[in-house]
Design a protein around this ligand. Structure first.
Ligand code: ADP
Ligand code: MG
Length: 589
């Protein structure tokens, strides 16, 4: 019967979720880890992206998102967009004049950003049907302390404890699943959004991304292309180009042309080729920043392991062509570029809240690791396919009397005989000479998370340690060599196994034969002629098999086994006899 725990509660989703927030220049998104998966949350209209726009009406009413954008046509000076460009900066520092005046609106960039965050918090609380109080918020890699602190303050004003400020490129890399890259692998993050362009080079160090360099243009984004396209359309349709409807229409046209070859606006046909002609000089401007980021990082394009795309504008095929050409490699397009940062923030939030178990793809040992033992056999210590880190050890002893050291050969491979495996290293362990089996040497293998094999050999009598570090080779083996080793181990499985059985039986026989001779010498008068002849015959059979050229492992094994059984009874007799003699000496029988 199943035991039913009396206090079993239905698993609550997450008692204290942490939101992941991309507070973007143009668009902002929010996500959470739900039942182990990062998901982005939609508002009541089903939209997962909120325009970073805030409208402050004359009566002080605040609207956020798409409704605020709609107000822009009516109240251009009361609708605040791109406030991210101003946050944490001193007045006039931004080098960008917004069409609105925060002074006149009696607000600050932090307060406006807080309104966007409050909205995102509400979207999340509605979707999750629970209150939330914590968030991870992303900022551009180049944000300075003042900008980061201001972003954090905006979070606090929105009643969110900002548990982490995360760099956007790092978030993007997380979203693309690049946290499983190995040490020193490098990634370029090309982020072309609505109003800004950023490019960063990251390197994996000690399991976390380091931003090696970042470059870009805070005045370069999809909006610029919208304006140029609006002008193109306005000229053809005889409309004022700064008309907000033409501008908005241009953006719709631009987006459609990312998937369609042609589209139309108020009866005007526009082709992708026409858009690309307008877009070319604009995209071309990203090139020098990419080259700059590479040179600042001291990284050549061909040394990059991945190039990832972020930002809505990278949905344009022409942008992808440029990226491919600039970096000389196919960009990774496996994620939605406009959602990658929010997704990465959510993954980070999930890791921090413990609701997302960081599923590390652990490396496994491609081949078994072991040492050579007496008789030239492979003794496996860490079997193949063991996940690392791993630790295992065994005790070994001297096989020969008066031996004063043990040579330990560290081997890798699947073959039964040491000679057929690869030697990774060797160490010699000295110990006091003594009878056979008197030494006690412990050998421990520990394979750390970086694939470095630490071998420790200890003479337990003296507690003397000898260590050896084997870098890389324990884990980094070319696939081809692994396959070949495994194939050979299968091909030679029969022969190898025969050889192992033979060697083991041989070692046993060599130990038994002298013991049998000694026992017979002592017991010759006690056991019958027949009995002693029988044991002698068995010993002769073992000797014969040992000397034969074709190693008949099975025969040797069973002959040795029989001899061992016979010797057991001789051993019992020897003990009985010793006992009798002792009792007789003491006059008890
Ligand atoms: P930000 O990081 O600045 O907040 P986003 O990453 O959301 O911006 O990108 C917004 C920009 O992406 C806008 O200029 C928008 O027009 C553009 N964009 C979104 N979707 C597409 C698309 N399918 N084709 C081309 N541009 C797009
Ligand atoms: Mg962005």
């Amino acid at each position: 019967m199943f035991k039913q725990p009396s206090n079993l509660k239905p698993e609550t989703l997450n008692p204290d979720p942490i939101l992941g927030i991309d507070l973007g220049t143009t668009n902002s998104l929010v996500g959470v880890v739900d039942s182990g998966f990062p998901i982005l949350l939609a508002d009541e209209n089903g939209s997962r992206s909120t325009p970073s726009a805030v409208c402050i009406a004359e009566d002080g009413t605040i609207t956020v998102g798409a409704p605020a954008l709609r107000q822009r046509a009516l109240h251009p000076t009361r609708t605040i967009t791109s406030v991210k460009r101003l946050i944490g900066r001193r007045a006039g520092e931004a080098g960008w004049a917004p069409p609105y005046s925060l002074n006149e609106l009696n607000t600050t960039p932090v307060e406006v950003s807080a309104e966007i965050l409050k909205h995102l918090k509400a979207v999340a609380e509605r979707a999750l049907e629970q209150s939330v109080s914590k968030a991870v918020i992303t900022v551009p890699a180049y944000f300075n302390d003042a900008q980061r602190t201001a972003t954090k303050r905006a979070g606090e004003l929105a009643d969110l404890e900002v548990v982490r400020i995360l760099s956007e490129p790092t978030a993007a890399a997380l979203a693309y699943g690049l946290d499983k890259l190995s040490e020193h692998q490098k990634v370029a993050v090309y982020d072309l959004g609505g109003g800004t362009f950023d490019v960063s080079v990251l390197e994996m160090r000690d399991g976390v991304f380091q931003v090696l360099s970042t470059a870009g243009d805070t005045q370069l984004g999809g909006d610029d292309l919208d304006r140029s396209l609006a002008q193109f359309i306005a000229e053809r349709l005889n409309l004022p180009s700064h008309d907000i409807r033409v501008l908005e229409g241009a953006e719709v046209v631009k987006k459609r042309l990312s998937t369609d070859d042609t589209t139309s606006f108020h009866g005007l046909d526009i082709t992708r080729a026409e858009l690309e002609k307008i877009a070319r000089p604009w995209i071309e401007r990203t090139r020098m920043h990419c080259l700059r980021a590479l040179s600042d990082a001291g990284v050549k394009a061909e040394e990059l392991d991945e190039v990832i795309l972020v930002g809505g504008s990278t949905r344009m095929p022409l942008v992808r062509d440029y990226v491919r050409e600039i970096f000389g490699r196919e960009p990774n397009t496996s994620q939605n570029p406009d959602e990658a940062i929010a997704l990465g923030a959510t993954i980070q939030a999930g890791i921090l809240s413990g609701s997302l178990r960081q599923v590390l793809l652990l490396d496994v040992t491609p081949l078994s690791l072991g040492i050579e033992t007496f008789g030239g056999l492979m003794n496996i210590i860490i079997p193949r396919n063991t996940t690392i880190p791993a630790k295992a050890g065994e005790m070994f002893t001297n096989a020969v009397a008066n031996q004063d050291s043990m040579l330990i050969r560290i081997l890798q491979g699947e073959r039964e005989l040491a000679k057929d495996n690869w030697e990774l290293g060797r160490i010699e362990v000295p110990f006091p000479a003594g009878p056979k089996g008197s030494a006690r040497v412990g050998v421990q293998f520990s394979l750390d998370a970086n694939g470095i094999l630490h071998v420790l050999a200890r003479d337990t009598a003296t507690n003397q340690d000898i260590t050896l570090e084997i870098r890389g080779t324990a884990i980094d083996v070319e696939d081809e060599r692994v396959e070949q080793m495994i194939a050979e181990s299968v091909d030679f499985a029969f022969e190898d196994m025969n050889e192992r059985i033979w060697t083991e039986a041989m070692l046993k026989a060599e130990e038994l034969l002298p013991a049998v001779d000694a026992a017979l010498a002592q017991l010759g008068d006690v056991i019958s002629q027949d009995e002693s002849q029988n044991v002698r015959d068995q010993a002769a059979q073992v000797k014969k098999l040992l000397e034969s050229v074709n190693h008949d492992a099975k025969a040797l094994k069973s002959a040795t086994q029989q001899l061992d059984d016979a010797t057991q009874s001789l051993a019992v007799m020897l003990i009985d006899r010793a006992m009798e003699e002792s009792l007789a000496r003491r006059g008890l029988v």
